[in-house]
Write a protein that binds this ligand. Structure first.
Ligand code: ADP
Ligand code: MG
Length: 406
């Protein structure tokens, strides 16, 4: 770990101290209530630890994209309510992002109390990384804790500017339990993995992930590619892809990648095709060279599933991002489920497995294997940037550990 964590704090000195926690409480809402509380649960270890140390815990988070202005439908109030239920203790909510109302609520908070401020993105300064907004938060805080892995790739006021502002005032800015766990797992996978290291990449687009492909190729023993991403590689091989999703402007990159990768890059050999990607679609499985001009590729075929599963079975480390097909629709689900199960079996047999990406995490849920994987990351963009070797601004802004630079 390059940055300090909760364990680097003097817990005796936290009693009565105000600790600002940037959590990732960006959960889906339905009819004004929390529809999936996974991210709230993921934030509990940090909040509990700070409460037990007697800190006054002030939680900041964004929710959705209100665009810098208050939007009642994106209030954190129901999230604070759910946090209260999960913690089993009183959680206060203040309808202010910063300023006097927040300062008064913080002043009234007892040691061990928890307060949730309003959606940080209701303030136009949040996404721009506004220093003045950051200073208003820093004035209230003795310590800043970043536990929002899902936002660590953003240089926003509540992720980077406030960390620097707290440090300027002599306070510490440290990683919370969730952020720490995410970084440690990714470090283990990327820096000294047990081999073979097998990476699986899928999803809709190659464009958002080409840096990930380039960063992974020199490190992995095998890179298995599925999803619509594979179609762009098919095109680079000169194959017919019909009406499938292909990124024409990435065909050259795909070709260059294939040439550089040699047999480390493993593409699907067959595909599930249909007239359209619809829930009621009639499907066929064809070799990849037999996709019709009017057909659309929606999943990897059975031979591919077997080939991928046997490579995954040999792995000692697996990193997975992106579904193998349109797993949201039943006719195109099986390839992703087969890969998820193969990763779970490899993990049962002792491999370390890390899955990242919003859709990949829900695919693991759909396949019923989430509990059998070593780590399911809560971050999408942050996970991909970390895998691509891009430093995360939210981590860089924290207090460095001794001897690790600044
Ligand atoms: P993650 O969120 O895990 O990073 P992505 O967002 O990159 O994953 O990709 C997920 C999306 O890719 C899913 O919505 C899925 O339907 C889509 N997808 C996968 N395979 C195909 C395909 N063959 N054609 C069209 N879309 C696909
Ligand atoms: Mg996605």
């Amino acid at each position: 770990m390059q940055s300090k964590t909760l364990d680097d704090l003097d817990s005796g000195a936290l009693r009565g101290a105000t600790v600002l926690v940037r959590a990732d409480l960006n959960v889906p809402l339905a009819e004004g209530a929390v529809a999936d509380d996974t991210r709230i649960r993921a934030s509990l270890p940090t909040v509990r630890w700070l409460r037990e140390a007697g800190a006054r815990v002030v939680v900041l988070s964004h929710l959705g994209r209100p665009g810098g202005a208050p939007d009642a439908s994106l209030s954190l109030r129901p999230v604070a309510q759910r946090l209260q239920e999960l913690l089993g203790t009183d959680v206060r909510f203040v309808e202010a992002v910063a300023g006097t109302a927040l300062a008064e609520a913080v002043a009234a908070l007892p040691a061990g109390g928890v307060l949730v401020a309003e959606n940080t993105r209701f303030d136009p300064g949040e996404t721009g990384g506004d220093e003045a907004l950051a200073d208003r938060w820093a004035e209230l805080a003795d310590v800043y804790v970043n536990d929002a892995f899902g936002s660590a790739h953003r240089a926003h006021a509540s992720t980077t500017a406030v960390a620097r502002a707290v440090r300027r005032r002599g306070g510490e800015a440290v990683a919370g339990r969730l952020l720490e766990a995410e970084l440690r797992f990714l470090e283990r996978v990327l820096e000294a993995p047990d081999r073979p290291l097998v990476a699986i990449l899928g999803g809709a687009k190659i464009s958002g992930k080409i840096d990930v492909v380039k960063a992974l190729l020199p490190r992995v023993d095998r890179l298995l590619v599925g999803g619509a991403m594979a179609n762009t590689f098919f095109r680079a091989l000169g194959l017919e892809t019909g009406r499938s999703l292909v990124e024409d402007d990435r065909v050259d990159v795909a070709r260059a990648t294939m040439e550089a990768a040699g047999d480390r890059l493993v593409l699907p050999v067959d595909c599930v095709v249909a007239d359209a990607l619809e829930a009621a679609a009639a499907t066929r499985i064809v070799p990849r060279a037999r996709v019709g001009t009017e057909e659309t590729v929606g999943d990897v075929g059975t031979s591919t599933r077997e080939a991928f599963a046997s490579l995954i079975a040999d792995a000692r480390t697996v990193i997975w991002n992106g579904p193998m097909g349109v797993f949201e629709l039943e006719p195109f689900r099986e390839g992703t489920v087969a890969v998820a199960q193969a990763v779970a079996r490899a993990t049962d047999a002792g491999a370390l497995s890390v899955v990242g990406g919003g859709d990949s995490a829900s695919a693991a849920e759909v396949a019923g294997v989430s509990d059998r994987l070593s780590h399911v990351s809560t971050g999408g963009g942050a996970f991909l940037e970390l895998v691509a070797g891009v430093p995360l601004p939210g981590v860089e802004a924290l207090s460095p550990r001794d001897g690790e630079g600044s």
